[in-house]
Design a protein around this ligand. Structure first.
Ligand code: SAH
Length: 233
């Protein structure tokens, strides 16, 4: 039998704390959430290596270090209302739900969303509201948010997400005009119309597909144009 709780502690010590993740809330939440429950059956033994793993629909669960880095950068704190775009397996939303007051999460693939919902139910994580849709438009009925995390990269920052930040709120999002050349940005809303931007470094995420992201892969007339290369993970 694999001792997964030991493996989880080791992951937090070796891959997160030693690499500079300091936020106690993030480290504690990642010690608590069983990542093995968020990977495809058969991949449980790899759940605590610091890598991305397949979750179906050609998507991946993000690497633990990146999840920790993003949540730390977004300064998610107790009492916060958080939005995640690109819920995927639900892992990052689950981690944030252990810190924040509530998490709203959006996933475009219905099958992934359904699996994530079942995981939240089984684990009793009741403060996560997940819906299927295009997260580039945000979730206006639930806005404003203290923190927004985007787990997929688009060509630019969707305006809707900036608009749905509370003043003082933080948006952490990978952006890249070139699909293979992405930067992780932290955007803080400093006032009604003012934002501050910080570049957190180079990253590689799956494409953000939607109205304010990349166009859908198989659009009818697409092959006739000099379409931008489509990014895959
Ligand atoms: N946070 C996830 C990582 C999933 S990978 C986890 O912890 O497992 C990114 C996810 O973004 C994929 O599941 C993909 O389907 C989704 N995605 C891409 N574009 C999207 C959009 N416009 N709206 C919602 N989800 C989107």
């Amino acid at each position: 039998m694999l001792d997964l709780s030991k493996a989880r502690d080791r992951m937090v010590d070796v891959h997160l704390a030693r690499r500079g993740v300091r936020d106690r809330n993030v480290l504690d939440a990642m010690r608590e959430v069983p990542r093995e429950k968020f990977v495809e059956p058969g991949f449980e033994e790899f759940a605590y290596e610091d890598g991305a793993l397949p979750i179906g629909q050609s998507q991946t669960i993000s690497q633990p270090y990146i999840v920790a880095l993003m949540i730390e950068a977004a300064e998610v704190k107790p009492g916060d209302r958080v939005l995640e775009v690109g819920a995927g397996s639900g892992y990052a939303a689950a981690v944030m739900s252990r810190i924040a007051k509530s998490v709203h999460a959006i996933e475009r693939h219905a099958a992934l969303a359904e699996a994530a919902r079942q995981r939240f139910d089984r684990l009793g994580y009741a403060n996560i509201d997940l819906r299927v849709g295009d997260g580039t438009k945000g979730w206006s009925e639930a806005a404003p948010f203290d923190a927004i995390l985007v787990a997929a990269a688009g060509p630019s920052t969707p305006q809707a997400l900036k608009d749905q930040l509370d003043v003082g709120g933080r948006l952490v999002i990978p952006v890249g005009e070139e699909p293979r050349n992405q930067r992780l940005l932290k955007i803080t809303r400093t006032g009604g119309t003012t934002f501050e931007e910080e570049d957190l470094g180079a990253v590689m995420f799956v494409p953000l597909v939607g109205e304010q992201g990349w166009a859908e892969k198989r659009q009818p007339l697409r092959h006739q144009s000099s379409a931008r290369p489509y990014c895959r993970s």
